[in-house]
Design a protein around this ligand. Structure first.
Ligand SMILES: C[S@@+](CC[C@H](N)C(=O)[O-])C[C@H]1O[C@@H](n2cnc3c(N)ncnc32)[C@H](O)[C@@H]1O
Length: 200
């Protein structure tokens, strides 16, 4: 079932939005500071209201693009997080052109319908050149059981299955700092993928 994301923002049914960047993000940015510091173009797909993208931009001091399908959070981010080299655009990640040496993902993959997961990975493989990286805080295990979502459940093994052909898993760790309500062993996972050579 596809979600009308604009309608969710218009009606205020945005329980994923906590009004700030993910609490683990400062740790990730410091752990991977070389990667972030050396990146020339960073993309945050499914950026929502832009809290993560804005924090990344404040550290990276490079071109950061927050991309979201819904106009409402993009308008909000433009107003609340204006900065040089920080751009906000309404757009569909499946159609988005360009090349980004670093992509940051947080609760975007889990929001994608299960039948489009392979398309998501193909989009990342297209957007990230060889040797480029996808850093993500993946929400693996939402509260609900079964197929209901978004967010849609995914295991680390399933992620390896989807990403493994085009991406090498460089680093992965449990998330220790998180939002209230998302605590619990194995519910989220930080993962750094590197785009393999010879993959499109
Ligand atoms: C669960 S929300 C997470 C938003 C943000 N990452 C956060 O954590 O606050 C998922 C976001 O992905 C966006 N989205 C869904 N499908 C998309 C697509 N195909 N292209 C770009 N954005 C998309 C939605 O509009 C929504 O803002």
């Amino acid at each position: 079932m596809s979600v009308d994301w604009s309608a969710r923002y218009q009606s205020g049914q945005t329980d994923w939005d906590k009004g700030e960047a993910h609490p683990e993000l400062p740790f990730l940015l410091s752990t991977h500071h070389d990667l972030v510091g050396n990146a020339e173009r960073i993309l945050v797909p499914g950026c929502g209201m832009g809290h993560d993208a804005s924090l990344i931009h404040s550290v990276a001091e490079t071109e950061v693009l927050g991309l979201d399908l819904a106009a409402e959070p993009i308008a909000w981010a433009k107003k609340h997080y204006p900065a040089e080299k920080l751009a906000w655009t309404e757009g569909d990640l499946f159609q988005w052109p360009g090349s980004y040496d670093l992509v940051f993902e947080h609760t975007c993959f889990c929001a994608i319908p299960v039948e489009r997961r392979a398309d998501y990975v193909a989009a990342m493989a297209r957007l990230i050149p060889e040797g480029g990286h996808l850093l993500g805080i993946f929400f693996l295990n939402p509260d609900h059981e079964g197929e209901e979502g978004p967010p849609f459940k995914v295991s680390l093994e399933e992620l390896r299955g989807f990403f493994g052909e085009s991406f090498e898993l460089v680093w992965s760790d449990g998330v220790t700092r998180t939002f209230s309500g998302r605590e619990g062993e194995g519910r989220e996972r930080s993962i750094l993928w590197r785009k393999k050579s010879g993959r499109h």
